[in-house]
Write a protein that binds this ligand. Structure first.
Ligand code: SF4
Ligand code: SF4
Length: 102
């Protein structure tokens, strides 16, 4: 396998060892990338306001709405990119949307 077939590029990898253009050359590896590192804003879930309607679940582009036994249980911040779509989708105001670090 050539170095350009690597799908996981660890932090601080010299640019010479990455793929041309940073292209991801294989599929099915989204769970390996901590896309939460990109986040500038983050959703803050308020469990007391949540009605567990799960309308936020299908709209999340990063599958970061965590669900167990048909109830929302939180946000996967390893992969949430902070797009805010879940915040807009929630009809019950169960999210705040705040700058990362607050
Ligand atoms: S902010 Fe975006 S990526 Fe994060 S949980 Fe909501 S919809 Fe998913
Ligand atoms: S859309 Fe709002 S009320 Fe429905 S599960 Fe998500 S956070 Fe809870």
């Amino acid at each position: 396998m050539s170095k350009f077939n690597k799908c996981i590029i660890p932090p601080y990898t010299p640019w010479q060892d990455t793929t041309p253009g940073g292209v991801v050359t294989s599929t099915g590896n989204a769970h390996e990338f901590k896309t939460g590192d990109w986040r500038a804003m983050k959703p803050v879930w308020h469990e007391d306001k949540c009605k567990h309607c799960l309308l936020c679940f299908p709209v999340c582009p990063d599958s970061s709405i965590m669900v167990s036994e048909k109830k929302m249980t939180g946000v996967d911040f390893d992969h949430c990119k902070g797009c805010g779509v879940c915040v807009e989708a929630c009809p019950f105001g169960a999210f705040d949307f705040v700058p990362e670090g607050e």
